[in-house]
Design a protein around this ligand. Structure first.
Ligand code: HDE
Length: 716
């Protein structure tokens, strides 16, 4: 029998980073040369008219024979697929992964062997709780899922931006999700954990304490998807050519540092720009500011499995980096936006069970349950067992399985046989030995009784929650306390609030007292705590500063009569540093400077707010500043940026806008001389724009000036 006959798989792999072949050509029917530009039916018949249905007379009934109308409407009627039960809203991007050096000592994973090999990836970053149309900036965990299209088949790293999870065993996942989703009787609230059922679950499940500390921290309101970490959460295994296994945990670290929004900003953005994160990622890629993340791995030798206070199989525990350092593995660059959100971002199907040779599982009971759930959920979401044939899910490596039928089968396999082993087709396709690259499961010795139980170390629910709390800066602690006030403040039942106070008193007595104060509840009688006094600096966002101002958005507030020289010079310097300045004005179109030059307005006070920028700059220009001083929107812009602790800068007459605003407690340049820099407010009346721009760049890289946060008398 001719083996080749079986290989007629008609698909192509996902478009990769190297081939410049138009994806349209690969994925759709239409080419870009215009040769097939006519509107057609799904059957390829050219359509001559699509604005009126076929009727019996201009005022008559529509005719059944209007095949174009019927097809158009039928397709529309069936255009929705079930959204993901969790992680329904996500943003996607293509890119590639490249290892720094060979990891052969630890794993046979082919994509980790050769630093010159780039493996195409598709990444989907999501919120967990909200529906597909919900806002991006809600307080939530972010999913961080990556599909590596390796030459050995697809490997999915399906992680989150928080390294631990709410529960230790997958069997509780439906309960967790039912509690955090909108309540079943009235379907309120959307995309929020701040309601009774969730906190009822938390109070009843103490293993959630550690995760709650992360969820109420600034980690859950990232500034940008480009500025957050990712973690595999579950414990996996590396297996090398000698068959030696090691426990591993995955880490992604963004090159731009790790940064957060402030809560007031996050809530306002949810209304003013619900697509804030998606847009930020999209725009960055369109502008060529390709997001980069470093992949790292923590490894524990199997011999050391029992040498830690925590169980290596417990997904509610981190492996503190002081004990188990993160080894850098490679980099991932996201350099191409999807062509079509539905076809790619919606239809992509991740599964932690999609592993390649050299990567294996541990007995982490959360992971074990996930291994069942993801494939199962895709079957209903993507309508049957052939979703691996959807272009975004196809591996680059050849597929020769004996699967044939089922809904939406795309491949036309030839040949009489679809069974294995066989004599009729020369036993084709035959299994591959380990030497031939076949996946061989790690030979773990397992024995035990069939019981529903957890190991003893799993029962320590609080130590690492205290470790996290101890590792926060004072500002981060304030934010956590305020998040408790918001979240638990929205819980109606007193008994739940009391139980939460008791629970977090076990984490830290002082924390519980501060929570009680904001909720107006009596503090717990005893001063609680775990006695843990250690801190792990890598848990604080302070450990991940920005390398510079690159990728940051700066609003230039100006109107007609602005000083062109100042704008041009500052803009130029920011551009050179990789930041993205944009003119925000009281009107759209062109702005005229004091000496006649014109500049295009990016946004207006109607279409933008300070919350969409990382910093504000007010250039001089007598007429411009005099007008802005009388403009409530301009004043609000400055006040709000101040309240959110962002860098604020002004030159020349621009300083007067700051003086006219409500910002308090900072120095601004009063005279012609010198540059004044005070708590992230940078002002100059003179002409030293070089030094000014340098200070501004530094301030942007610093992200926030938290010392201003207490000044809440500033209205915004
Ligand atoms: Fe998921 N999770 N999960 N999860 N998860 C899904 O699969 C599930 C968990 C994560 O962008 C679902 O395709 C169980 C941890 C991401 O498409 C579902 C348990 C982590 C995504 C599912 C967990 C994740 C999902 C819903 C407890 C971080 C979105 C739709 C045992 C390591 C992937 C889907 C995307 C999606 C089940 C816990 C990450 C229902 C049973 C822990 C990033 O199968």
């Amino acid at each position: 029998m001719d083996d080749k006959r079986h290989q007629r798989s008609t698909w192509v792999g996902p478009p990769d980073d190297f081939g410049e072949d138009s994806k349209q050509k690969q994925l759709g029917h239409f080419t870009e040369d215009g040769s097939e530009e006519h509107l057609t039916t799904a059957q390829g018949v050219k359509v001559s008219h699509t604005d009126d249905s076929l009727k019996a007379g201009a005022r008559g009934p529509t005719l059944m024979e209007d095949f174009h109308f019927r097809e158009k409407m039928t397709h529309f009627d069936h255009e929705r697929i079930p959204e993901r039960a969790v992680h329904a809203r996500g943003a996607g991007a293509h890119g590639y992964f490249q290892p720094y050096e060979s990891m052969a000592e630890y794993t046979t994973a082919q994509f980790l062997q050769d630093p010159s090999v780039r493996t195409p990836v598709f990444v989907r970053i999501s919120t967990v709780v909200g529906s597909r149309g919900s806002a991006d900036t809600v307080r939530d965990v972010r999913g961080f899922a990556t599909k590596f299209y390796t030459q050995d088949g697809n490997f999915d790293l399906v992680g989150n931006n928080i390294p631990v999870f709410f529960i230790q065993d997958a069997i509780k996942f439906p309960d967790l999700v039912h509690s955090i989703k909108p309540e079943p009787h009235n379907e309120i609230p959307q995309a929020s954990a701040a309601h009774d059922t969730f906190w009822d679950f938390v109070a009843s499940v103490p293993e959630s304490a550690h995760m709650i500390m992360w969820l109420l921290s600034d980690r859950a309101i990232p500034r940008s998807l480009r500025m957050m970490q990712g973690f595999g959460v579950n414990t996996f295994r590396f297996v090398n050519a000698q068959g030696k296994g090691r426990f591993i945990k995955w880490h992604w670290t963004p090159k731009l540092g790790v940064h957060q929004l402030v809560w007031d900003e996050a809530q306002k953005l949810a209304g003013k720009d619900p697509d804030f994160h998606r847009r930020d990622l999209w725009d960055a890629i369109e502008m060529g500011d390709y997001p980069e993340y470093e992949l790292g791995v923590q490894m524990i030798e199997e011999e050391d499995e029992h040498n830690f206070d925590f169980d290596v199989l417990d997904p509610t525990k981190i492996w503190p980096e002081e004990l188990v350092p993160v080894m850098p593995v490679g980099k991932m660059i996201l350099n191409r936006n999807p062509d079509n959100y539905f076809a790619e971002t919606e239809q992509v199907a991740f599964h932690p069970g999609n592993v390649v040779r050299g990567i294996d599982f541990s007995n982490d009971p959360l992971l074990q349950g996930r291994l069942f759930s993801y494939l199962d959920t895709q079957l209903i979401r993507l309508g049957g067992p052939n979703f691996h044939e959807i272009p975004i899910n196809r591996p680059l490596s050849a597929v020769h399985s004996n699967q044939r039928d089922g809904y939406n089968r795309m491949t036309i396999n030839r040949g009489q046989t679809a069974h294995s082993p066989n004599l009729m087709s020369n036993n084709y396709p035959r299994p591959a030995s380990s030497e031939e690259g076949g996946y061989v499961h790690y030979q773990e010795k397992v024995e035990g009784r069939k019981i529903r139980a957890r190991s003893e170390k799993f029962q320590d629910f609080y130590s690492q929650a205290t470790l996290f709390w101890n590792s926060m800066t004072d500002v981060e602690k304030d934010h956590i306390v305020k998040a408790f006030h918001f979240e638990v403040g929205k819980v109606n039942r007193k008994e739940i609030r009391t139980a939460i106070l008791e629970m977090f008193n076990r984490v830290d007595g002082a924390l519980a007292r501060r929570i009680a104060e904001g909720l107006g509840m009596p503090p717990p009688e005893e001063m609680g705590g775990t006695g843990v006094t250690d801190a792990s600096p890598k848990l604080s966002l302070n450990s991940f500063p920005a390398p510079g101002p690159q990728g940051r958005k700066v609003a230039f507030i100006a109107t007609d009569g602005f000083d062109h020289n100042e704008v041009a010079q500052v803009m130029d310097r920011l551009h050179q540093a990789g930041a993205n300045p944009e003119i925000v004005s009281d009107h759209g179109g062109m702005l005229k400077s004091s000496n006649g030059q014109e500049l295009m307005v990016g946004k207006t006070f109607v279409t933008a707010g300070s919350i969409m920028y990382d910093a504000v700059y007010v250039p001089g220009g007598r007429r411009s500043v005099d007008k802005l001083k009388m403009d409530g929107d301009a004043l609000h812009f400055v006040n709000e940026a101040f309240r959110h602790c962002k860098p604020i800068a002004a030159t020349g007459e621009g300083v007067e806008l700051l003086q006219a605003s409500d910002i308090k407690g900072v120095q601004v340049a009063e005279t012609d001389a010198g540059l004044t820099v005070d708590q992230g407010v940078i002002t100059v009346r003179g002409t030293d724009l070089e030094a000014f721009a340098n200070e501004l760049k530094e301030a942007i890289a610093q992200h926030r000036f938290w010392m201003r946060e207490k000044k809440e008398q500033v209205p915004a």
